[in-house]
Design a protein. Sequence first.
Length: 226
Amino acid sequence: MSENKTLENPSGEAHSEWKVGPGAWLSLIIVLLVFSGFFYKVEGMNWLGAFDFTTLGGKFGTMKSEANTFLGSGGISAKAGFLFALSLVPTVMLALGLLEIFTHYGAIRAAHKLLTPLLKPLLGLPGYTGLALITDLQSTDAGAALSKELYDSEKITRKDVVIMGAWQYSGAGLINNYFSIGSAMFASLTTPIIIPLLLMFVMKFVGAAVVRLALNTVYKKDFANE
């Protein structure tokens, strides 16, 4: 890893800027395609699903009826909550595993260099948060896990986490929910189906920008020590 300039990270410690080579850019392109949902149920080219995060995550089998997974039905309290939490483990583990692989090949470095000019002016976020945001388009659980990992490693601040949470909460799991649940409304749409999707995507930025404005004004004192 080459070093050529010293920067400051969110925790105030100095680190060296990474040199981004062709391998890092290729790694970033692959991870963006995997997590973005671009290959999710491509008509006539279903084999592309082998490169999609949701497809790789798979699904649980059913019990007794098509409506029930291994979670069953009618569960309550702590036991029901435990089984639900258990159902999140495979997706989160897959996301973190894939991220570790792509990080090794430089995807994080390339994301930081490519996405910082976009995310910094709009949301005040460093570029490497872009992978967590993109992951949220398919899996809210994996997106939250990646956001937590960034915070635990002190790459982002508390304010960054709140802004990222606002972006992720609005239209959470956008790709999956739109093409699965929202598909029931496609027949009644008077506009191309891509228009509502793009509108919801843009509004995610609008909502996060409003939250950022609030944190920098009304709640500015809460983050004065960061």
